[in-house]
Design a protein around this ligand. Structure first.
Ligand code: RIB
Ligand code: CA
Length: 308
């Protein structure tokens, strides 16, 4: 089986954690590295969390490279209300064994793209990818596929207009969406179909494994946040949907679009406008439209159950 070479660009983040553990559980994906970016929490914490998650997975072959501490313009966002002060639901962790690489995130992305076909799964603000493009204007021609969790067609989450990853660095998003790489973008209207529920938490606890227990511990405060803000305990697995799109390209229906990102606007900064008209049906930028929620849950459960 040909494995897909993957780098996950991430701001862990509870849903990032589940996405990373999903990816590391699957033989179809050759996850070479996690590149970190400030987003849900500060760069020191997202990088520490990436190291913790590689440790938790039991893998010793996955690199962790530190990326941008702030967006191209403005100040770094913060979603500690959602993800906890430490970014992973404020549990207790040992000091991780997995080191940071000497390479920066941008250097590592460039090197790995040079060394063979590469799929980048971007599940945080897009600062590292925009910086990689500024450093090497041909970088987008050397990435085989880019999958972005970001944007919203109808309703944001960090503001009514904007989704968090795009809102955190809209200038970077403009540069990334203008690139020549094939992009699959998964906005909130897609990721809100990728949901876990309380019986999934019970399933994870019932596995009797470190990964199952850690995921249940991290997801409980994340579910409580959703209950406070959305009056339901739907545990939205935004970032795992991006990994799922690479695992099984047939699992998510898509539509050709162009994407415009608002960088100005008193209330609209970070908003994304998807032009879904037929003229764009053959666009190499594809927006995720729908997935089968039960199939998604089954794949996620079965994958996380693979950890001993
Ligand atoms: O809006 C959801 C996205 O923002 C997810 O990637 C989540 O981890 C946060 O980064
Ligand atoms: Ca994220």
């Amino acid at each position: 089986m040909a494995r897909t070479r993957v780098v996950i660009d991430t701001d862990p983040g509870v849903d990032d954690a589940v996405a990373i553990l999903l990816a590391l559980a699957r033989d179809e994906l050759d996850v070479l590295a996690l590149t970190t970016v400030a987003g849900n929490v500060a760069i020191d914490k997202t990088t520490l969390n990436a190291r913790r998650l590689v440790d938790l997975s039991g893998r010793r072959d996955v690199l962790v490279a530190r990326g941008a501490a702030r967006p191209l313009a403005g100040v770094a966002g913060d979603a500690s209300e959602v993800h906890g002060a430490d970014g992973l639901g404020d549990q207790v962790w040992d000091e991780p064994r997995t080191p940071e690489t000497d390479e920066t995130a941008v250097e590592l992305l460039g090197r790995l793209a040079d060394e063979g076909p590469l799929t980048v799964i971007a599940i945080g603000p897009l600062t590292n990818l925009a910086t990689a493009l500024a450093r090497d204007p041909l970088f987008d021609t050397r990435v085989e596929r880019l999958v972005v969790m970001g944007g919203a067609s109808f309703q944001g989450n960090v503001t009514p207009a904007a989704e968090f990853n795009i809102w955190s660095d809209p200038e970077a998003a403009v540069r990334v969406f203008a690139g020549r790489w094939p992009i699959t973008v998964l906005p909130l209207d897609l990721t809100h179909q990728a949901v876990l529920r309380d019986d999934d938490l019970a399933f994870l606890r019932g596995l009797g494994t470190r990964v199952g227990e850690r995921c249940a511990q991290m997801l409980e405060p994340y579910a409580a946040y959703h209950e406070r803000w959305y009056a339901n305990r739907d545990i939205i697995m935004h970032d795992a949907a991006a990994v799922y799109a690479v695992l099984d390209p047939s699992a998510i229906t898509t539509q050709g679009v162009t994407v415009a990102v608002e960088t100005g606007g008193e209330h609209s900064r970070g908003a994304t406008w998807f032009d879904r008209r037929r003229a764009h049906e053959n666009s190499t930028t594809r927006v995720g439209v729908s997935l089968d929620p039960e199939r998604f849950r089954a794949v996620l459960r079965e994958s996380l159950a693979r950890y001993a």
